[in-house]
Design a protein around this ligand. Sequence first.
Ligand code: ADP
Length: 443
Amino acid sequence: MSEITLRGISKRYADGTTAVDNVDLDIQDGEFVILVGPSGCGKSTLLRMIVGLEDISEGDLSIGGNRVNTLGPKDRNLAMVFQNYALYPHLSVRENIAFPLRLAKMEPGEIDQRVGEAARVLELGEFLDRKPAALSGGQRQRVAMGRAIVREPAAFLFDEPLSNLDAKLRVQMRTEIARLQKRYGTTTVYVTHDQTEAMTLGDRVAVLRKGIMQQVGSPRELYNNPINLFVAGFIGSPSMNFLPGQIRGGKLTLPMAELDLPEEFRERVGANAGGREEQSVIVGVRPEHFEDASMVSKDVLGSGVTFRSRIDVIEWMGSELYAYIPVQGSARHNQGMAELARELDQEDVRSEGDESQIVARLDPASRVREGEESELWLDARRLHLFEPETGASLTYREGAGDPTTEGAHPGASHGGSNGGGTAGGRGGELGGAGGAGAVRRDA
Ligand code: ADP
């Protein structure tokens, strides 16, 4: 068994930087977990602590049930695949793959057998006698993976392995890695800043911000049920739209429309607002929860609100249509939102003064036109509401958001203090490290 368990893991560098702050994470045997977050959030540091290249300042790291904090990298039996695959240029593909086995003084017959098997699975058989220089980028990447595979490690650790590749190759290698991981069933931890990679590769995704674990869950959980503004904005492309909202007597006022808050939201918002009469919120709407009103069937129209708006720009891509809509009043009214936008790298796209722009993904058959007013529709059932000060979601539901697992095990099978992406501190503890401090709702 090679489950990897992190308990209260922190890293403080000599200059005082806290790169990783009290992280809890349970990675099951055979599971594929993605560590994702913007540049500088501490994901490489966390990976390097797991592999043993970086000392752990605080906390306990176990692999297969044994505490390994003080073991050197060699004794942890993990295989790391880096961004620059570091192949030996003077060695053939065969010798590159065999290298770690020779180092371990493995018997030659066994080496041949393992290299042959890896080459077969990786479809490198015909290249075994070539030098790396005579291979394509993708083939080199496969050799690097071969070198990791032959060691039969307890786990594979990937540090942004695809970021040097061009877009097409990246997609190819992504499916390749997913296929190999399933084939071998080896526990895998994969670091990336690319939310698309995170969403497509992993069984579960762990989102880090400034060294602090925000939420751990399946891609669907994170997408449908983000715990705070940061996760909501980070996961999904194009990202979630944020609008300022005002709740008063069961009604939600948005810059472009007023709507009745669906009953289930009303209860939860009420509870969180301590029954206050009026409450400011940040409203999150995914692009696909807008529609051209003329394309919405009559029985569904009532679940949302219709509004008229000019459409600034249309991007039609055959299977998708994105409409850019100006809205008055920006949700960037506070420091936190501005900082969040910077972190999420979306500052310039959406806002200018008090006018901001939202992105709507409409039915590609829609006849809306650039520069003209159109009747649009917003699905009220799919709104997300956030607390403006802390960024905590008011609509987050513990263990929800993944229809493929919902009801079966709200995170239970992944156990641990953050199984399924539960909040470390729900309500009242938004700013603090609530409980195990594994997951935070403030963003
Ligand atoms: P990521 O992989 O998410 O981009 P890193 O783990 O590389 O982030 O870095 C996390 C934080 O720790 C960053 O603020 C970075 O500047 C800092 N950091 C990384 N290495 C060192 C170091 N050797 N000394 C001091 N600070 C460091």
